[in-house]
Design a protein. Structure first.
Length: 255
C-alpha cells in the first residue's frame, strides 16, 4: 500500500537528517585524527617485521571505535527517537530514558560487528597497499622498502581520508537515526504501521520504488530484491549498494 506523504512530513525528515549530520561533524573530525594516528602506529611497527610478512602481521588497532560509535548513536539518535515517539503519541513524553536505553541496548548487541567490518576494511586497504609496494620494490634493501612504505602509506591515506571518513560518518549517522526510531517505537509496546520515505538528493532507483510503501509492524520492505525492516537494514542480506549513504527513513502511524 502506498501512503500519501505531505510536504510537511518530508521537510521534517529532511531537517532531522541535516541536524544529525551537523552533529556528526565532531565524530568525523575525531575519526580522521584517530585513524590517521592508528595508521601511523602500524607503520612504525614495520621495522620489527620482515617486509614479506607485513601484510599478515602488522595491523591497524582501533580500540577507540566502540566509545566513538556509541557516542555518535546517542548524540544523533535521541533527538530523532524523541520526535518520532512524540509525533506518534501526539503528546510530549517526559525524559529520555526510553530512547537512551533503546539505543544502548541495540549498540551493545550490534555495534561490535559494524566496528569489526570497518576495521577489517581499513586493514585490507593497508595490507593490499603493503603487498603492492613490496612486490614493486622487493629487489631493494629492507631500509629502502621501509622508507618507500612510510611515504606511500602517508600519501595514500591523505588521498582517501576525506571521502573514507565522511562515508563512515554519514552512513553511521543515518543508521543511528533509523535504529533509534525503530527501537524506541518497539519499546513502546504498541502496534503501528510504517511508511518508507526517501530524502535528499541522488536517491537510488530501488529506494524510489519503495517510497511511500506502507506495511504493518513486523513486516518487511522489499528493496532492490532484498528484505529490510527499515532503511539501512543489512540483517537480511542487503548489500552495501543498498546501504551506504542512504538518506531514507520511516514514518510511523498508529493502527
Amino acid at each position: 500500500m502506498k501512503k500519501r506523504l505531505s510536504a510537511y512530513l518530508r521537510a521534517r525528515q529532511t531537517i532531522a537528517r541535516q541536524q544529525a549530520l551537523q552533529k556528526s561533524l565532531a565524530f568525523e573530525k575525531s575519526l580522521k585524527k584517530k585513524r590517521g594516528e592508528a595508521i601511523a602506529e602500524a607503520v612504525k611497527r614495520l621495522s620489527a617485521v620482515p617486509p614479506s610478512r607485513w601484510g599478515d602481521e602488522v595491523h591497524i588497532q582501533e580500540d577507540y571505535l566502540l566509545t566513538m560509535y556509541q557516542h555518535l548513536y546517542l548524540n544523533t539518535g535521541v533527538d530523532a527517537a524523541r520526535q518520532t515517539v512524540n509525533d506518534f503519541l501526539s503528546r510530549k513524553e517526559e525524559g529520555d530514558d526510553l530512547y537512551v536505553n533503546s539505543i544502548l541496548n541495540w549498540t551493545r548487541t550490534h555495534l561490535g560487528a559494524r566496528i569489526a567490518l570497518s576495521n577489517k576494511t581499513i586493514n585490507k586497504w593497508l595490507a593490499d597497499l603493503w603487498r603492492q609496494i613490496y612486490e614493486d620494490n622487493r629487489t631493494e634493501g629492507v631500509e629502502k622498502i621501509t622508507q618507500t612504505m612510510y611515504r606511500e602509506v602517508s600519501k595514500s591515506w591523505d588521498a582517501i581520508k576525506e571521502w573514507e571518513v565522511r562515508r563512515i560518518a554519514q552512513t553511521e549517522t543515518m543508521k543511528s537515526l533509523n535504529i533509534a526510531r525503530s527501537e524506541s517505537m518497539n519499546a513502546l509496546g504498541v502496534q503501528y504501521m510504517k511508511t518508507w520515505s526517501v530524502s535528499g538528493n541522488n536517491t537510488r532507483p530501488t529506494h524510489l520504488e519503495v517510497d511511500r510503501d506502507t506495511i504493518k509492524q513486523g513486516e518487511l520492505f522489499i528493496v532492490g530484491g532484498y528484505y529490510m525492516s527499515e532503511p539501512m537494514d543489512e540483517s537480511y542480506g542487503a548489500p552495501p549498494e543498498e546501504i551506504i549513504n542512504c538518506s531514507c527513513s520511516l514514518i510511523y502511524y498508529p493502527i
